[in-house]
Write a protein that binds this ligand. Structure first.
Ligand code: ADP
Ligand code: SR1
Ligand code: MG
Ligand code: MG
Length: 417
């Protein structure tokens, strides 16, 4: 058992662990008496410590054998730390300026030591709630997704290399199971984990569970999530997995990484931007009506898809035939290549809208709600935003084939009630 020597750390034990690792002591400088240790984990799963010393700092993240936001009653594999580190390193190779540097990984201890993203870096979700504009967000996220998704797909890789990677990441089975459960199954049935604003949304939840068209769409998306090994995904690309400043964007927390459909990552990011957009009415005050901010969010949603598709196609154009999917000898004219690209991007757009909707629905009626909505103190306003998010997500899920352009989606979102 790789984890036979596993020991859970806490704020008092962390320094002792670091003392046993000379490379880490060198980063901090001084001795443990000089170090400051603070646990800052605000995610749903793990424990995160910031360590600062006279010379430097880092973040130490440890997985414990259960889901943090639920407790020991929900056991969870320690192997998530291994997959997180493996994906972080791969993302570091493909988009080095957009991820924290990994300094150290201890497999038995299920812990990763990485670059500390110091303030003014904050979690994007918190910045969106505060109404802060991030001018480079769409560009950076488009760059990250275009590079990581393209270069791990069969558009760039041989089937030999791709299959090996797919087989490797099949090991992240428990995390995939968790997603299947909380995103694609439980929101559509009676389950102990589910939570919603009750009694306000009781009839909305009932209607969701009786909606055959929705269940049909969710079945298709779930099947694609489980069966399509299109590219290495981040796997949990919501606005809580992104840290930002005005000129920096860093993607953290890829512990759900696996080979799946590209639209799952794109949909996670866009779905969370849509939730942020809809929640703005709940954060508006007499001093700040958030109308200008909502326009920036709409633009960011549109720009993200637009820039992503442009950048993805640039990668593709520059690497025609390097992967096994479309051999140059077969796809041998520019017209044919354009035809293939158009069909690929249009399916990806549909997947993206579907996964965005699925991600939104689970955040309103399932486990793990989002702070965008939870922090709206006026209950009536909160419920109005939640109902609007649910209604828009259901519309997107059922009617997405009618949309062929992200601007149409943004217009529909703007007009939604
Ligand atoms: P979880 O897997 O539990 O969701 P995260 O990796 O999302 O854990 O980290 C939880 C929190 O810890 C983040 O919301 C962020 O505030 C902080 N954090 C994580 N990694 C870093 C980092 N490299 N630099 C600074 N803060 C970080
Ligand atoms: C128990 S569900 C916890 C959620 O938090 C993670 O960040 C994933 O989004 C997961 O679905
Ligand atoms: Mg997280
Ligand atoms: Mg996580």
């Amino acid at each position: 058992d790789i984890h036979a020597s596993f020991k859970p750390l806490d704020e008092t034990l962390v320094a002792g662990y670091v003392e046993s690792q000379p490379g880490l002591v060198t980063i901090l400088g001084g001795t443990s008496a000089d170090w400051n240790v603070k646990e800052v984990g605000d995610g749903n799963l793990n424990f995160v410590y910031i360590l600062t010393g006279p010379k430097g700092s880092f973040v130490l993240k440890q997985a414990l054998p259960y889901v943090r936001c639920v407790g020991e009653s929900w056991p969870m594999t320690l192997e998530r730390a291994y997959f997180e580190t493996t994906v972080l390193r791969e993302h570091g190779r493909l988009a080095s300026h957009l991820v924290p540097v990994v300094y150290h990984f201890d497999h038995p201890m299920a812990l990763t030591v990485m670059e500390y993203l110091a303030p003014p870096h904050i979690i994007l979700r918190k910045g969106l709630i505060a109404g802060t504009v991030y001018p480079l967000l769409a560009q950076h996220m488009a760059e990250f997704m275009a590079s990581t998704l393209f270069h791990t797909s069969l558009l760039a890789l041989s089937t030999m290399k791709h299959r090996k990677e797919v087989a490797h990441f099949c090991g992240n089975i428990e995390m995939c199971r968790l997603t299947e459960q909380v995103i694609f199954t439980e929101p559509y049935m009676d389950a102990a984990n589910n939570r919603w604003s009750s009694p306000h949304l009781d009839t909305d939840v009932q209607a969701l569970r009786e909606d055959s068209a929705i269940k049909l769409e969710i079945a298709g998306l779930k099947s694609k999530f489980c069966e399509r090994t299109q590219a290495l995904l981040h796997g949990d690309l919501h606005s809580g997995s992104i840290m930002v400043t005005q000129n920096s964007t860093k993607i953290i927390d890829p512990e759900f990484g696996f080979y799946g459909p590209m639209g799952f990552d794109l949909g996670a990011f866009l779905g969370n931007l849509i939730l942020a957009y809809i929640s703005q009415d709940g954060h508006a005050t007499s001093q700040d009506d958030r109308e200008g901010y909502k326009l920036w969010l709409l633009k960011t949603i549109g720009d993200t898809w637009q820039l992503f598709s442009e950048k993805f196609l640039v990668h593709w154009d520059q690497n025609w035939g390097s992967g096994d999917a479309y051999k140059k000898e077969v796809y041998n004219t520019k017209d044919l290549q354009l035809l293939v690209q158009k069909s690929f991007m249009s399916e990806l757009f549909q997947d993206t809208l579907g996964y965005a909707a699925a991600k939104m629905i689970r955040r309103i009626v399932g486990i793990a709600h989002v702070e965008d909505m939870e922090s709206i103190s006026d209950v009536e306003k909160k419920v109005t935003c939640e109902r609007r998010a649910l209604t828009f997500a259901k519309h997107l899920l059922k009617e997405r084939s009618k949309y062929s352009d992200i601007r149409q989606v943004c217009n529909a979102l703007q007009g939604s009630r």
